[in-house]
Design a protein around this ligand. Structure first.
Ligand SMILES: [Zn+2]
Length: 404
């Protein structure tokens, strides 16, 4: 017998007009931006077939018997990425068994209602997260594309103070490699468990004012192993020594702006750009810190020097899912709506090496779209919270008009 959750999940998919393989979805909107810098196409139609964008234009032939979404004042962008989330709240622990409808609702509240078609989980129990992902990919659960780091690696005997509330069995499984060989093994275990990226704590906050750096040889072994499997390495660096370890080890992405800003000189920011290091600002996380102004200024300066930034919020660690504060902080830092849209679309697609399939709205690309109720390039970054539809591979994974 089907559980109520499975039935609710199936009804929800029916209700949202799921367009999986072999199906067609048509979207008619006021503006379509191929990329944040492109001139928008007005009053345009986008046709998605078999999960890919098949046509975009003003006068394209549209089949009559298909699902058509119409919104004359809306603006469509490539599907948004949130490159820093976690599936670590207790409600994800039974992702293999929970009713599909419940998981779909949880994913909508946390992610797809904010426009995220793709998310990067930078640390969680890989068994739960890969089960969740598998159920999304099979079409049983409605949600975003998930990349996951599995379990992060920590310096020896230096777990962050704020993870001590995790369930004891998860806490005892957190890798704290003591040698380069152990670090390589920990990365390989994550890859075997389904991990797509690696995450290192190159600066671990063991107490509010005490930060322990990861030994460089351990970080380097982890990075070398991950890179040999063509995986990106993210790091939580925290402060100057943590950034220096990340630079020496060859880390690709800082999962946060370094929150301790002492020593974050222009020279250091230049080294980061020269190493092609990408940074996820996560400004909301630091918005109550006394040095938030300096953090914002350093991120804007890094960007002005040519440094790449990706959008991320640490949602899932932060259990308030509202992303408006992140947009507000990015605006206060001086980023234009186009800058922020690039952080949400083109930059992460390029960093993850999928820019031939994603990050832009063009024929042949994956049918991932975020449709907003107004144009943030005209209205400001805060309009990015007005999400009307989130579409992944031609399937509507969030519809504001169908959501209570
Ligand atoms: Zn995090």
């Amino acid at each position: 017998m089907k559980s109520i959750g499975v039935i609710v999940g199936s009804l929800l998919m029916l209700f949202l007009g799921a367009s999986a393989e072999g199906q067609t979805l048509v979207i008619e909107v006021g503006k379509v931006y191929a990329s944040p810098d492109a001139k928008p196409l007005s009053a345009a139609t986008i046709l998605i077939r078999d999960g890919k964008i098949a046509a975009i234009g003003r006068h394209i032939a549209v089949p009559t018997d298909v699902n058509i979404l119409r919104c004359a004042q809306c603006a469509a962008f490539a599907g948004f990425w949130n490159t820093h989330v976690h599936f670590m709240e207790p409600k994800w622990g039974d992702a293999a068994k929970l009713p599909a409808g419940q998981l779909s609702n949880q994913l909508r509240e946390m992610l797809t209602r904010s426009g995220f078609a793709t998310v990067v989980d930078t640390g969680s129990d890989p068994h739960a997260t890969t089960a969740l992902r598998q159920r999304i990919e099979s079409g049983e659960v409605t949600g975003p594309r998930i990349y996951t780091a599995g379990l992060p690696l920590f310096p020896p005997n230096a777990l962050p103070y704020y993870v001590r509330d995790l369930p004891p069995e998860l806490l005892s499984s957190l890798p704290q490699p003591k040698t380069p060989a152990e670090a390589a093994e920990a990365v390989q275990r994550n890859i075997a468990a389904g991990g797509d990226i690696s995450k290192l704590f190159t600066g671990s906050i063991v107490a509010p004012n005490q930060i322990v750096p990861m030994p460089v040889d351990i970080a380097h072994a982890a990075v070398t192993t991950a890179h040999s499997h063509h995986q990106l390495v993210f790091s939580h660096a925290t402060n100057l020594p943590g950034v220096q370890v990340a630079l020496s080890a060859g880390v690709d992405v800082l999962a946060h702006a370094p929150e301790v800003t002492d020593g974050l000189s222009d020279d250091l920011l230049r080294q980061m750009t020269q190493h092609r290091m990408t940074v996820i600002p996560t400004l909301k996380l630091f918005s109550k810190d006394s040095n938030i102004g300096t953090i914002r200024e350093r991120m804007k300066h890094f960007h002005d020097m040519g440094g790449a930034l990706m959008f991320g919020t640490d949602t899932g660690f932060l259990i308030d899912y509202d992303v408006g504060e992140e947009y507000r902080q990015l605006e206060l830092a001086g980023f234009s709506p186009k800058d922020v849209l690039a952080m949400l679309t083109t930059v992460p697609a390029r960093r993850f090496g999928v820019d031939r399939q994603e990050g832009r709205v063009e024929v042949g690309m994956n049918g991932d779209l975020t449709v907003l109720g107004g144009d943030p390039i005209a209205l400001g970054s805060r309009a990015m919270t007005d999400v009307r539809y989130t579409i992944r591979r031609g399937k509507v994974v969030y519809d504001a008009s169908a959501t209570p």
